[in-house]
Every structure is written in C-alpha cells, then in structure tokens.
Write a protein that binds this ligand. Structure first.
Ligand SMILES: *Cc1c(COP(=O)(O)O)cnc(C)c1O
Length: 363
C-alpha cells in the first residue's frame, strides 16, 4: 500500500530496523548518547541554536505545550488562520483561558502579512501571535518569513505550528526569529507518530518564566532541566528515538537543502500531473501551494469516497479526503518525508487510472 496521506507517512527500512532494537534504560549512558545525537541532528534540521525539546505525544500535544508554557490565562493572543489546524491551535489557547482574537483568511488562501501588520499596529497589547507554516487542511504554505518580519517589528512572541512543514519546507528558525516552533514525528520526519519536537528561543524562555497556565506533563522547563542531563523528565518512546536517530542520519546524508529541493520537485510533478489531467488545485494560486501536501478540488459529480476506495482497492494507494467543511469537496495527497519522483509518477498513474471509474475522464 502506498500510504500518501499528510501523516502518518511511510518509514524507510533504516528507520524500521533501528526501531526493532532492544530496549535500553532511559536513565543510562547509552540513552544519553542517543539523546545528544538526536538533539544535535534536530538543531541542524530546525536551523537553530535554540533549545530543541523532544516530547512523547502527538503533534497536538506539542501545540498544547507551546501554549501552556508561554501564556497566562487572560493574555491577549492573535490567531492568524487559513484552515483547520490554525483553528485548533487557537482553540487550545482559548481552552486554557487566553483571550484569542482571530484573523481568518478564506480557506485556500494564504495569510496576508499586511493584514496582520495592520492589526498589530492598532492593537499593541497582544502577548503572542499564533501562525501555521503549512496548513495541511487546505494544502497552503504560509509566508512565514514575511509573517515573522511583521511579528518581530512589533516585538511579539511568535508561536509556529510547523507540524507538517518542518523538515520538508525550509524554515530557518533562527534567521526568521521564530520563538516556538512545533513539529510532529509522523509528518516529514519519516518515523511513526508519537513524538513532537519543539524549539524554544531565549525570548520564549523569558515568557515561560511569567506564564501561568497550568502544566505538568508538558512543562518545557522540566524538559530543559532533564535535557541538560541528556534525559527526558518522563519515560520517552525509546523506539521512536531510535527511529529518529536513523531518520536524521538519512536527512543529513542527503543534505537539508536537497531534502527541501526533493519536496519541491515531487510536489511540482504532482501538481502539474494533476492539472494536465484536467483537475484543479484547491489553493487559490500555485505560488502558495504546499510542497508537502496537495489539495485538489473534487470534480463535479465525482464521489470522493468512491475515488478513495477505488484508489485503495485497485491501486493500493491511500490518500486523504477533506476535513470539516471541505469534506467531499477536496482530496489531499501527502508527499512528505520518504517520497521520491518515482512515487510521484506512481501516484499520478494511479489517480489517472482511477478517475474514469468514478465518472471523470482525465485529459
Ligand atoms: C498533523 C498536524 C497537526 C496535528 O498533529 P497530530 O499528531 O495529529 O496531533 C497539527 N498541525 C498541523 C499543521 C498538522 O498537519
């Protein structure tokens, strides 16, 4: 089965083999070496000198950690949103008592940094701004460089959901001064679900000192204290750490710039192939289309569940549908992590073969 949803993504054999190793104690020397090795590798992939902490939980747990460690109940927060995942990030902040204002862009569009600038000029009392690098629900990548510039002009704390983008799409954390950046293991990192990785800037640690939201498992201060001993505060998913070490070695061998270039190439192939069949992309224009997930409009008269079923049963290709109000309207192909040009060609051939069976004749 070709698993091509925007997470979980397939794992290379090197990762699967690494994960089959016997357990080690997470307070021992061997684990310490593993932890140090992974942390160094992650810093390179995040392009940061900031602390990078590894938490055992889904990506959403990483987002929750970003919120509860940086904010206090009653803090004013600005959410910049163009899809489902940005809404989730904002929702977490609301649940913990932040006063969240929203700038909502139409789904399929990118966030407009000028609109954000206007808001920050008119409201100076925001503590933090929440942004999403890659909106997995709509297949749109936001211009984080420009958003960061605006947010930093106003000296606000910047919390970034980079769950489905980091490791696939360039995000130089230090250069763009991103304070807290969250990613998830099952997306670009070529390992199974279960870890979130989160970078924390100096400015963010200052915010941490004042932040009063309740936290325990997700306390990043505890994670930092234990990181100084090459450990985690709680029992980590040791097997996933083995896998992450192997995956980071693969990424390092390929070279980060080449990893990003491969994603761009694969995504370009997928997009142009789909368009040449007569399909149209969901993002408003191709310049904002994501290099890790492609969202495609379901053609008139086609049942997307039927299309997904035919792809699964006849072509061994598993793709995603749309979320929430996009259900039935789009389908999404994940092409992040362990993915090649050859995979892209296979995906296109399968889609082309399946479309006539659901009533659409590709060009
Ligand atoms: C997948 C994803 C998440 C959530 O990750 P989980 O591991 O499912 O909790 C959050 N944000 C974005 C942008 C994602 O793609």
């Amino acid at each position: 089965m070709q698993l091509r949803v925007p997470g979980p993504t397939p794992c290379p054999n090197e990762v699967l083999q690494a994960m089959s190793r016997q357990m080690i104690g997470h307070r021992g020397k061997e684990f310490g070496e593993l932890m140090r090795h992974i942390t160094d590798g992650l810093k390179k992939a995040f392009q940061t000198k900031n602390d990078v902490l590894i938490l055992t939980n889904a990506g959403t747990g990483g987002l929750e950690a970003a919120v509860v460690n940086m904010l206090s109940p009653g803090d004013k927060v600005l959410s910049v949103s163009c899809g489902v995942f940005a809404e989730r990030f904002a929702d977490i902040a609301t649940q913990y008592g932040a006063e969240v204002d929203h700038i909502r862009f139409e789904w399929g569009e990118a966030s407009d940094p000028d609109v954000v600038r206007q808001r920050l000029q008119n409201n100076t009392n925001y503590k933090a701004v929440l942004v999403t690098q890659n909106e997995t629900s709509t297949g749109v990548t936001d211009d984080i460089a420009s958003l960061a510039k605006v947010i930093k002009e106003h000296d606000k704390l910047m919390l970034v959901d980079a769950v489905s983008g980091l490791g696939a799409i360039d995000l130089p954390v230090d250069e763009w001064q991103c304070d807290v950046v969250v990613t998830g293991s099952q997306k670009a990192w070529m390992i199974p679900p279960g870890l979130s990785m989160i970078s924390v800037s100096e400015k963010a640690w200052q915010a941490y000192k004042e932040a009063k939201m309740p936290r325990y498992y997700f306390d990043l201060g505890k994670a930092k204290t234990f990181l100084e001993k090459d450990q985690t505060p709680w029992t980590p998913a040791v097997s996933l750490f083995y896998g992450l070490e192997a995956a980071l070695e693969l990424m390092e061998a390929e070279g980060l710039a080449n990893v990003f270039a491969r994603h761009t190439k694969v995504a370009t192939t997928i997009r142009s192939g789909l368009k040449s069949m007569g399909l149209s992309l969901f993002p408003k224009n191709e310049s904002i289309a994501s290099d890790s997930v492609t969202a495609v409009r379901v053609p008139e008269g086609v049942d997307v569940n039927k299309l997904r079923q035919v792809l699964r049963e006849d072509y061994s290709l598993f793709i995603a549908g749309g979320q929430q109000k996009l259900g039935g309207k789009i389908f999404r192909i994940g092409h992040l992590g362990w993915v090649t040009e050859k995979d892209a060609e296979e995906i296109l051939a399968s889609v082309k073969g399946a479309l006539p069976k659901v009533g659409f004749s590709p060009r």
